[in-house]
Design a protein around this ligand. Sequence first.
Ligand code: FDA
Length: 319
Amino acid sequence: MVNPLRPAILAASSSPRMKRLLTGFPVTAQIVRRFVAGETREELLAVAAALSAGGRMVSVDFLGEYTTDREQARDTLDEYCALIRELAALERPMLPGTTAQPVEVSVKLSALGLTLPVDGPAVATENLHLLCAEAARCAVWVTVDAEDHTTTDATLATVRALRAEFPWLGAVLQAYLRRTEADCRAFAGAGSRIRLCKGAYREPHDVAFRRASEVTASYLRCLEILMRGSGYPMVASHDPEVLAAAERLVAGTGRASGDFEYQMLYGIRDGEQMRLARADNAVRVYVPYGSQWYGYLTRRLAERPANLTFFLRAVASNS
Ligand code: FDA
């Protein structure tokens, strides 16, 4: 089924007027708190420490995307480097049976300059290189998020180039893109860390599947390719159908619990995250923080009409 509200909500994610309206409601802050660890690094670190202490790994996202000036891209890099140093100082025990770094950061190349009007790809690559060098020094991993399809080629090319120096650098593939099965084949080799997600942007029909059933079917085909390959798949989904398929593929391919990981978003299916972790699976929680939460929040609302209803009801009763 296609969610009829999804295109409208995703369109709102790039509307400055909608942003002003939503951020003006005091109740918005309460809803943001469900999905975002806080606006400051201090708030983030408290959440990351609690998740680590409870046996879950983390991937931290400093919110911000589609940066339009170099200074801002540089500021984002500086924040990531400070974040990496503070994450490295956390107590972060390795999970038994896995060589995965328990602490990782996730970064969008558009936040590092990819979409700058001049030299975007070069600036983003240089900034990502500096970020990875700091991460390597601190034994923290990095995964590059996937954004809208116009950035896919540049993003994957950048990851491929930097993996020569930073072999642990991960990438995200979006199963809703028609190209992704082929990308999975290309990235299923030894040492490759691929986070497979469904995809959260508004994409045209010729590049992406739109029906939920088609997206899930594509996810399952892509997951099988990654699980049968020799890389390290990161199963980023909350969908029970996907999680059940992952479990079957793990059994069928003879992977051990340290050969792949489950990943979910902060604030979504927390009970399921804990259940998987208690069953000795490697589970990583994607934890965003920062003041630029608007785009992230609208994507979470678009994924689930129930979230939007909850949000609108809260706004109505508080305004
Ligand atoms: P689906 O949307 O079908 O949801 C299945 C079930 O999960 C729902 O029925 C509900 O129970 C629960 N659920 C899902 N979303 C929810 C929500 N917002 N609120 C409450 N419950 C919800 N996308 C992208 O384009 N680029 C990226 O780099 C990333 N990175 C990323 C990292 C990680 C770790 C995760 C888990 C996801 C991403 N995503 C992403 C987002 C991803 O593309 C996708 O939009 C969401 O994960 C929702 O898809 P599901 O596979 O969970 O299935």
